[in-house]
Design a protein around this ligand. Sequence first.
Ligand code: ADP
Length: 537
Amino acid sequence: MTMRYELLAHRILERAATQFPKKQIITRVGEGTHRYSYADMFTRTARLGNGLRELGVGPGDRVGTFAWNTYRHLEAYFAPPTIGAVVHTINIRLAADDIAYIINHAGDKVLLIDPDLTPLIEAIADRLTTVQHYVILGEPGDATMTLPGAVCYETLLAGASPEYRPAEVDEYTTMGLCYTSATTGLPKGVAYSHRAVYLHSLTSAMTDMFSLSERDRVMAVVPMFHANCWGLPYTATLVGADQIFPGVRPDPQVICELVEREGVTLSAGVPTIWIGVLDYLERSGVEHNLSTLRQVVSGGSALPVAVLQAYRDRLGVEMTHAYGMTEATPLISVNRRRSWLDGLSAEEQLELCAKQGVVAPGIEMRLVDENGAEAAWDGEQRGELWFRGPWLAGEYVDDERSAETFVDGWYHSGDIASIDSDGYIHIADRVKDMVKSGGEWISSVDLESAIMAHPDVLEAAVIAVPHPQWQERPLACVVTRSEASAPLTKETILDFITPRFARWWLPDEVVFMEEIPKTSVGKFDKKALRERFEHHG
Ligand code: ADP
């Protein structure tokens, strides 16, 4: 027998502090930059743990964060787990009602809040039933201390002991909590164990996953409140990589400047971020040296093939497509370029790289058709993806909706996909976004990816609109690039995509818009679009 050894999240931090004490953590703060080392961060995290203890936080208690991507948020990723408590990252872009629901449902005892976000919490403070302390993530002078009994973060740390006293807990103890965004109904809570986060970090660092090493300089643009920032703060710490945090409201210019100045090697975000960066580079004409970028990870929704191609051909940057969800800590698959792509044509390589890739070691997958039968892995048959594995949730936190999604030990993703004989996943759609036309399914994702391949199209989202005869028909919402020579028309779009689809797949309507509405995590907001075009046609 090997020794029993608990896989605890704070072992990740201990490793960085002892093996990589001088490696850097860099944060954009206002016009300036904050820099410190893992050694500094470790001491401050120990202080935060003790400061939280002084505020009455004990094992199992929840500490909410309401914050941007910064070094203080990184400290908050580690300090509660270190003392046996739970870090709960709250999505700052949700509606006030959802934020209040989440905080109360989680039972957060302490909230750590970025100063500029304080008004959002003030507006709901009288409805928060469990919060005992508001801690403002700022300096004594600059914090907005208007919340009842507000404590200044730096004052808390200065007064707390730097002694590192980690809690020895069972590896299945909950250390993290994140709610899915409320696309339908109330948000659902997902709890993460120490073990899940530890194994997720080890696996996502692998060469055929994010391929992360101590040499990397990692900048997560994906918010730290979106699905654990895809695990990057933990994984980057585990390998001792430098980390760059883009701070308050990073825009494409900020992202490019940080990549250039700090020599970022890996960055990660949803496709709309990368579309925005590309658009900024083309519109502004500003030259940025992005040559250090070895990898741009795109995830959260399907990566249009045109974006992949533009990064490769125009910027010389490799994009890696990642797929996952809040329920999976969040990584399911990463599409690293496989050896067997080497002999293929550039076009074939692009098609394969735009798929969602092969599941991570440890994840088991099934493809189940409408009748509950296994669908073949032939690249054609479609079914719903089911998963299980060491970092998959087994339920939603205190939520009776769990029974619909977690069945007999399998997580039912609600994602419709095909899988090819090499195990590559290709997501066709979320069940709720598919267009059901005359009893057949049309993939909104395939249509929008094809439309976004048009050089004058910036963004495209396809939704189902009710139809008296066919039940539903596709409608395309399109944003024209500002530098397009002539306005786009419905005919141009349809002519462009006609060769790729059966006639009955083509959208009945093409609507041109200034901007596609986005969800709280930056995805195309199809729910908002469906509501807007409900009575269309
Ligand atoms: P939300 O439900 O708020 O969007 P999540 O990020 O947890 O929050 O959503 C996970 C879902 O996002 C997946 O189930 C899938 O439908 C979609 N998704 C995530 N990554 C990809 C991807 N690479 N390609 C296509 N869809 C994706």
